[in-house]
Design a protein around this ligand. Sequence first.
Ligand SMILES: Nc1ncnc2c1ncn2[C@@H]1O[C@H](COP(=O)(O)OP(=O)(O)OP(=O)(O)O)[C@@H](O)[C@H]1O
Ligand SMILES: [Mg+2]
Length: 268
Amino acid sequence: MSKPAHCRIFSVANQKGGVGKTTTAVNLGTALAAVGKRVLLIDLDAQGNASTGLGVFAEDREFTSYHVLIGEIPLAEAIVPTSVKGMDLCPASEDLSGADLDLADVSRRAHRLADALAAGEVPVQDRYDYILMDCPPSLSIVTINSMVASTGVIVPLQCEFYALEGLSQLIKTVRRVKSTLNPTLEIQGVVLTMYDSRNNLSAQVADDVRAHLGKIVYETKIPRNVRISEAPSHGKPALLYDHSCAGSQAYIHLASELLRREQDALAA
Ligand SMILES: Nc1ncnc2c1ncn2[C@@H]1O[C@H](COP(=O)(O)OP(=O)(O)OP(=O)(O)O)[C@@H](O)[C@H]1O
Ligand SMILES: [Mg+2]
């Protein structure tokens, strides 16, 4: 099923845990909404951190991405508004941790999400400019579903010693999905997260990653910033919690870099 030209769908993925996937999905989404884009965030992680971080708590989640994946309800019915103007959410639930088993024998098991996005008279993918999917820390069937449904993958990479470890596995998976299930899939970019300018190691890792991966690494680095880690406990993106902090400003830069990259790609 082809995706409409205007809607861009990105998986925020890295099978490594705690590298800033959820923080990136929530704050990049907020920054895109702030410049007038219609944004949907789909929480695909059983931990539900993106949902909680947007103030949608477990007890308030009636239908979730799990119910969509197993085909119990159409995606549109799981979508709720958030406190961010212009950004909606499809929340996640703990059931997602069993999705691998639940989807073991179903048809089009890797296309469940792509099909859900394209289904109906007015498909969900036609109602948004950007759809961001917060993936779990694994290369499970849920992450594969996300990649099959996506136009691109955004990879957060934490500036720490083992940053590149496991990345080849992720890149291999993207290539495999591209060659078999979704020929238009690309890595949109790699974003360096939790960058600490007082720490030489951060600078070294950043240089190393750029040397290895070249232009796909965004210029924007997300600094380690305590306001970013405080925001989720207030049920808000950092951009609403403290708009002027260095972390929020970095996500605003990242959004403009992403938009610029897309314009350049169109012009090329
Ligand atoms: N730039 C930052 N500065 C400070 N803390 C950060 C920053 N980015 C993320 N964090 C914190 O680091 C932790 C991990 O971030 P996050 O939840 O976004 O990672 P993740 O890749 O989604 O994790 P998981 O793999 O468990 O889903 C969180 O507590 C988050 O608040
Ligand atoms: Mg997460």
